[in-house]
Design a protein around this ligand. Sequence first.
Ligand SMILES: Nc1ncnc2c1ncn2[C@@H]1O[C@H](COP(=O)(O)OP(=O)(O)OP(=O)(O)O)[C@@H](O)[C@H]1O
Ligand SMILES: [Mg+2]
Length: 156
Amino acid sequence: MEHDNGCRQDMIAKACVSLANATVSQTVEEWIKRRTTLDSHGIVVPRLAFVYKATVYEEYVPLDFNRCLEVSTGAERAALLGSLGRTARIVGALGFERVPLHDARTHGSDCVIVDFGQDLGGPSRGTPARALAQVVNDLRQWRILKPNDADIIQAA
Ligand SMILES: Nc1ncnc2c1ncn2[C@@H]1O[C@H](COP(=O)(O)OP(=O)(O)OP(=O)(O)O)[C@@H](O)[C@H]1O
Ligand SMILES: [Mg+2]
């Protein structure tokens, strides 16, 4: 996509596949509602370009969050963990079931949530403490967690 100021940006098109009990347009509507809620509470989401025929066109966020975290150290690592901690806290406070961390992307130092479907779940019984524990557990299971990482996430 080319902006008015001449900047070019990569886009991704995501077609919605309907779940058994909802039409595609209902599902897309729900996705948009959830991303708007997350966005308005300070979570980083891809820039939304437009929705056409149950397909969402949005900013392509260049990097895989977990891959970046795996290879990062020092201030860069602290920034990624801080952003993840703040994201988990907000996701939990809004009552969502889990942070869809395996899909998360990054521009380099932030944590960008891209999946607003079933992986996010809820909103239901989520809490900040549960969401924080979940992301720490996920990273531990995937062997990405280093000593002190959990403290940085929890303190964010
Ligand atoms: N805006 C984006 N920018 C870059 N990559 C993206 C973006 N949105 C999605 N992706 C990539 O596509 C993958 C699948 O996207 P998403 O989670 O939205 O779909 P899904 O149907 O839930 O698929 P899955 O079942 O694999 O999670 C993500 O893991 C991510 O790597
Ligand atoms: Mg997903």
